[in-house]
Design a binder for this molecule. Sequence first.
Ligand SMILES: NC(=O)C1=CN([C@@H]2O[C@H](COP(=O)(O)OP(=O)(O)OC[C@H]3O[C@@H](n4cnc5c(N)ncnc54)[C@H](OP(=O)(O)O)[C@@H]3O)[C@@H](O)[C@H]2O)C=CC1
Ligand SMILES: C[C@H]1O[C@H](OP(=O)(O)OP(=O)(O)OC[C@H]2O[C@@H](n3cnc4c(=O)[nH]c(N)nc43)[C@H](O)[C@@H]2O)[C@@H](O)[C@@H](O)C1=O
Length: 321
Amino acid sequence: MTAFAPGPLDRDAAFYVAGHRGLVGSAIWRKLESEGFTNLHGQTSGELDLKDRSAVFEYLARIKPRYVVLAAAKVGGIMANNTYPVDFLTENLQIQVNVLDAAREQNVERVLFLGSSCIYPKFASQPIREDSLLTGHLEPTNDAYAIAKIAGIMHVQAVRRQYGLPWISAMPTNLYGPGDNFSPEGSHVLPALIRRYDEAARDEVGSVTNWGTGSPRREFLHVDDMAEACLHLLENYDGPDQVNVGTGSDVTIRELAETVAEAVGYEGKMEWDTSKPDGTPQKLLDVSKLAKAGWTARISLEEGVRNTVDWYRAHQTSLRV
Ligand SMILES: NC(=O)C1=CN([C@@H]2O[C@H](COP(=O)(O)OP(=O)(O)OC[C@H]3O[C@@H](n4cnc5c(N)ncnc54)[C@H](OP(=O)(O)O)[C@@H]3O)[C@@H](O)[C@H]2O)C=CC1
Ligand SMILES: C[C@H]1O[C@H](OP(=O)(O)OP(=O)(O)OC[C@H]2O[C@@H](n3cnc4c(=O)[nH]c(N)nc43)[C@H](O)[C@@H]2O)[C@@H](O)[C@@H](O)C1=O
């Protein structure tokens, strides 16, 4: 049994960020460095494959972290999730079972598990409250991924119950920012649109086609806000229920495309390929629990998109595939 005491984490204790090169993990790493953490640990998937159970156990036994954030996962947009459900289910289950079991063996004091807003029912009432989990059917384009994430929430709750460790889970809304995956087929909508509209503006293309109808509503949180929320939760929140992390407001995909087009200076036409899936009609998180814990988002969508366009333009030659 380890009691949770709110307050600053020990800046010199060993802190493992699983997935430290990804969108979220790299933002958390930057945030921790800027907050004075001196004992950070991370491994690329080439150095440590988190699907390799014995390697994961050996690594955690060696570094003996006091804190762990699990930001390593198989992640992708609507098309990747819909096309490769087996990979999204099994890789995520393996990664999280291995990391959480190894963290348990090391008696890690604080673990933050990251899920996703897609764990909630497709037709959950909006904004989506934490207690709507498991009250209805999932969105079919990402049900396999969602089931893996729901298993992760349960894993954290079970460790709390069986071993008394104050571990927690956070459910972020759609994220974006520096370090994102800009691959045209596999990425989420925001990086996909930045790349497509930036190329169209540069090449003076007259018309750009987006996926779906443009009518679904999504909420977008900048990853620097996300990193700040993660540290805030680790220092201030304890409880078995997952905490939603979002901005509390959403836009249609059409409005998002207009924001991106304006940010990159594209002035041509916008078309929609309705043979591509829309996914969930709306995903807007109720963030009152997070607000009660003392944190709210700061970066507006317009500012965040401009910041991400700048990052994209500066890193075009070294993007992830
Ligand atoms: N992006 C989003 O919109 C959202 C993300 N989330 C959640 O946030 C978390 C982080 O996502 P995000 O940063 O976007 O994802 P990324 O794809 O950007 O990063 C994932 C990281 O996981 C690592 N990883 C994947 N597989 C393995 C493996 N087998 N062994 C070791 N490392 C592995 C990768 O390491 P390497 O680079 O070394 O290969 C990569 O750095 C995930 O849990 C995701 O579900 C939740 C909601 C929305
Ligand atoms: C974070 C979240 O991410 C996924 O769910 P999603 O919210 O549906 O994510 P998305 O960003 O891929 O799409 C959002 C909307 O945007 C439309 N759209 C238009 N044009 C493009 C486009 O070019 N690319 C993409 N990807 N989408 C496009 C698209 O048709 C859809 O209506 C899941 O993986 C889920 O598991 C998950 O956790």
